[in-house]
Design a protein around this ligand. Structure first.
Ligand code: ZN
Length: 119
């Protein structure tokens, strides 16, 4: 298995799974061939807390993607995982007018969707 094949995202226990460097414990995210912190090529999938802070967000009002047309407007956020500082993206259910940089979020799973909700 290559690091690009790694499963990532929330698990059923509410934790987040990411590839992590086995030499220095830095998250290797997005998945690339070596650790950006120490250049090690050794990694393992590891659970990290699914708690994050909001780094940025955008609200989409128009899309050409058929699978998202019924969802507009929707908000996508970039969130920084507290455990690893890795930045991940996801759907946010809160109203954009209530969002602020650094706001705390946790992830939940609804069907195939990974949704970030304020804590
Ligand atoms: Zn490393």
């Amino acid at each position: 298995m290559t690091i690009a094949d790694t499963t990532w995202g929330p698990d059923s226990d509410g934790n987040f799974v990411l590839p992590v460097c086995t030499a220095c414990s830095s998250a290797i995210w997005p998945p690339i061939d070596r650790c950006e912190s120490c250049s090690s090529t050794k990694w393992a999938s590891r659970q990290v807390l699914a708690d994050a802070t909001l780094f940025s967000w955008v609200t989409v009002h128009h899309t050409d993607l058929p699978e998202f047309k019924s969802r507009v407007p929707y908000t996508v956020g970039i969130l920084e995982l507290i455990d690893t500082s890795a930045r991940v993206y996801g759907l946010i259910t809160a109203k954009p007018s209530t969002l602020s940089i650094g706001q705390k979020f946790s992830i939940t799973t609804r069907g195939a969707d990974h949704i970030w909700e304020p804590r």
